[in-house]
Design a protein around this ligand. Structure first.
Ligand SMILES: *[C@@H]1O[C@H](CO)[C@@H](O)[C@H](O)[C@H]1NC(C)=O
Length: 807
């Protein structure tokens, strides 16, 4: 009976929204159903496994573990927050869907154990449904059969609400399942059960075994203030320290009990907002954590969890093959497994963040970006530090890297959402909306979102403050524009004819609801565009520059001598020394992209005046790109500055910056400039490498110099944009179609081969790749935009062999 009910719930999820045939549900119904469906998730991606709701306060939980065979094990092998270290051979989601859950594996070399965390969500009721986590440990090769592992499940209640264990168990711990009961305004009544699970427990001959038994589950309840309770690991360590001190005081060094009997929290179940549940196993083990929402009906059992995990795994696999239909030469099963992992880690990295953020609103007024040595004045003004905490803000976002960058980054997010939008457009649109809610009245969005003390604890102090005159590439436009295009197509074919549709595509299946979303977003996008044009303006008039338009020229504010952090391309070479008369071609191209997207959206919304105005602006950008940035001699676009006589001067560093008008779609397909740029892209002596397009030309004097961050390595997001535009040119009749087709096919293969090979060897996706060896570099477990490789495998195969076959 229970099983039948659960199956029905999954069916309801697939259909998504209840609606009478032929009648679309209102936007509010869809949003409500969507909110319910997305309430729970592993939304603390900074933890190996941390579950929380997508709301400011509430119940959250996290998993910790360590080997417990020697006294020094927890010191070196304690796991809680994701860390970049070489004693884990890969970890992450093998499968993950934001609506149903997924499976994560952690290959913990140091602790000689593989931990699997399976997570499943079951909809129902009025409080976001129920969820369960199955935590399983299997011994790695070389582990002793009697390997001892201690696990801590951390349960915390933030804000108003209650959660407490039922009963006290025995004097020395619980023998069976431990049930917590709780309630809060947003979650209603609920139970959370940590099951007894399966597995052996250690025993010892030490006489302390009378009170410290391996088969007991311990619960330590206590109360902490909110600025402390996020610090899970220090809290558990301090509780363990008490136990260690007791042992040290009462036992001589030669009479110590084994390690697993030393590291035990005091069994003290009761009131409190933090509950630490400790279990000790010998050999492999498995147990469940089951959260059942009272309004969802009957509480779940471990059998139900088993059943649900099977269902959600199957539905993930089916959907994956359907959505990411990999094209030759990436049809083999190994690419399928690779793609699933890359995509699941991207979507499994989506988190919910809440808290205050450091913003300095007076900094921009304390120095003058137009003064001759502005960057030196800026450095001085910066040290005054007038930042204040603002907020609280909330943000629903994916993250570039769980161990290293577990927070939102504005320009990364547009790339993250490219594959996510294919999988679940409603999740992508929710994320875009969440980002735009953090925009201020002027139209500025902080490029890095460091919300709350937990997020701040991971960022060096000098990078914590956000400045409201710093921009960042507006990549979220790519997502809204992509949605607009799909919306128009779905309208053209009359939607999918399915009343209500499912939640993954609800805004597409109900075009009037999708349109409402775009209508709400348009003024926000427009505000951001206006902000760019107002605050990032470059100077044409003071230097008598000859250009079609006197308005369209741009300069990133906030550069230093060595870096332009707002551009995203940090140390990419720019004119030297910095100058207020500088113009940046990549920024102009991004503004061009914004204008182009806004035209499409305004046009679809029937806003004729906006369309006309934006078309004039876009035309001015296209003309000025040529007038201010094209170098006929170099055959590419370049940044500009002024020389000693204040004359306009191009500064060419061939690489991503010079390709920006190309990869943002601002060059006519039949323009001779297109031909020159394609020549550059394909030139192995400059930027084409066997592993993708280099960030900077091999011939550039600054190639591989300094930090060498954006001065040679291959980066996936830029390569994805280049590939997309090559595909675009290759798909339309024109003089460069064949050239683009050839470059597209080779680049596509090089990119996938490189990321795949490195993943196979190291178990990780990386931040960037070495242009000569293809080795992954810098940040490990970089499952943000490197995951674009999934999209690339699903892109069209235009290779020669296929062309011939078809002829
Ligand atoms: C969905 O959630 C968002 C914030 O998380 C909230 O602003 C919105 O009102 C909710 N919508 C509905 C219909 O419940």
């Amino acid at each position: 009976m229970a099983r039948f009910a659960l199956l029905l719930q999954v069916a309801a999820l697939a259909t998504g929204i209840a609606a009478d045939a032929g009648q679309s549900p209102a936007a509010e119904d869809i949003d409500h159903a969507n909110n319910e469906s997305l309430l729970w998730g592993p939304y603390k991606p900074n933890l190996y496994f941390g579950v929380r709701p997508r709301s400011p306060n509430g119940l959250w939980t996290g998993l910790m573990w360590s080997r417990a065979d020697s006294y020094s094990d927890p010191q070196h092998g304690f796991r809680y927050t994701c860390e970049q270290r070489d004693d884990i051979h890969g970890y992450g989601w093998d499968e993950y869907d934001a609506r149903t859950g997924g499976v994560q594996t952690i290959h913990d070399e140091k602790n000689l154990i593989d931990i699997t965390t399976s997570f499943v969500k079951i909809p129902g009721g009025e409080h976001g449904g129920s969820w369960a986590a199955r935590i399983k440990g299997t011994l790695r090769d070389g582990a002793p059969a009697d390997l001892k592992t201690m696990l801590f499940y951390f349960i915390a209640q933030e804000g108003v609400g209650e959660v407490a264990p039922e009963g006290k168990g025995g004097k020395f711990g619980f023998d069976d399942d431990v049930t917590f009961k709780g309630n809060s305004k947003s979650l209603g009544d609920f139970t959370l059960v940590v099951t007894k699970g399966e597995g052996k427990h250690p025993t010892s001959q030490h006489h302390i075994s009378e009170t410290r038994k391996g088969d007991k589950t311990l619960v330590h309840s206590s109360a902490y203030s909110e600025d402390v309770m996020w610090q899970g690991q220090p809290i558990v360590f301090s509780q363990l320290q008490e136990s260690v001190s007791y042992i040290q005081k009462n036992y001589a060094a030669d009479g110590l009990p084994p390690a697993w009997q030393v590291y035990r929290v005091e069994h003290r179940p009761g009131e409190g907002n933090v509950h630490v549940v400790e279990k000790t196993f010998q050999g492999p083990f498995e147990f469940d954590v089951i959260f059942s929402s009272a309004s969802a009906g009957k509480a779940m059992t471990s059998d139900d969890v088993t059943e649900q995990l099977k269902l959600s795994s199957k539905s993930f696999s089916d959907r994956f093959s359907r959505i990411f239909d990999f094209k030759a030469p990436f049809t083999a099963a190994k690419y399928h497994a690779f793609g699933k992992s890359m995509f699941s880690n991207l979507l499994g990295g989506v988190g919910y963040f809440h808290g205050h953020q450091l913003i300095d609103r007076s900094y921009a007024t304390e120095y003058d970006e137009d003064s001759e040595r502005f960057w030196e004045e800026a450095a001085e003004a910066r040290s005054r530090g007038a930042q204040k905490l603002e907020g609280p803000y909330e943000l629903y976002t994916s993250v570039p890297s769980r161990p290293f960058f577990p927070r939102g980054f504005l320009w990364d997010e547009g790339f993250h959402l490219v594959p996510i939008a294919d999988w679940d457009i409603n999740v992508a649109l929710d994320i875009v909306r969440s980002w735009y809610k953090t925009m201020d009245d002027d139209g500025w969005i902080p490029r890095e979102q460091i919300l709350g003390p937990e997020a701040r604890s991971r960022v060096p102090e000098e990078f914590q403050v956000q400045y409201p005159h710093y921009a960042n590439p507006p990549t979220l436009f790519l997502i809204i524009e992509g949605f607009m295009k799909r919306l128009r197509e779905s309208k053209a074919d009359g939607g999918d004819g399915q009343a209500g549709g499912n939640l993954y595509t609800a805004y597409l299946d109900n075009p009037e609801v999708g349109e409402k979303y775009v209508k709400e977003m348009y003024p926000l996008l427009r505000r951001q565009y206006d902000w760019f044009r107002k605050t990032q303006r470059g100077d044409i008039k003071s230097y008598d520059r000859e250009a079609y338009s006197t308005k369209e020229a741009y300069r990133w504010k906030g550069r230093t001598e060595t870096h332009v952090l707002p551009s995203g391309l940090d140390d990419y070479p720019r004119p030297q020394p910095p100058h207020p008369g500088e113009l940046h071609v990549d920024l102009m191209s991004w503004v061009g992209l914004m204008a182009k997207s806004l035209i499409n959206i305004a046009d679809a919304l029937g806003m004729k005046e906006d369309v006309a105005e934006l078309e004039r602006n876009l035309n001015a950008i296209e003309r000025n790109l040529d007038d201010l940035h094209w170098s006929e001699k170099e055959g590419c676009y370049c940044d500009a500055t002024v020389d000693d006589f204040e004359e306009h001067q191009l500064v060419c560093h061939k690489g991503y910056v010079s390709l920006s008008p190309f990869f943002l779609g601002l060059i006519k397909h039949d323009s001779p400039k297109m031909g020159r740029i394609l020549d550059l892209i394909g030139d192995e002596d400059h930027i084409f490498s066997p592993h993708g397009i280099r960030s900077l030309s091999k011939q550039d004097p600054l190639y591989e110099t300094g930090e060498n961050y954006w001065r040679s390595p291959v980066w996936m997001p830029m390569n994805y944009l280049i590939l997309t535009e090559l595909h675009n040119v290759a798909s339309h009749k024109g003089p460069f179609q064949e050239k683009a087709r050839d470059l597209y096919s080779r680049l596509r293969k090089n990119l996938v081969d490189t990321v795949y090979k490195s993943w196979e060897e190291t178990g990780f996706a990386w931040e960037q790749y070495h242009p000569e060896t293809g080795a992954g570099q810098r940040t490990q477990h970089f499952t943000g935009w490197t995951s674009l490789v999934v999209k690339i495998m699903a892109m069209e195969d235009l290779s020669e062999s296929r062309g011939k076959d078809e002829l």
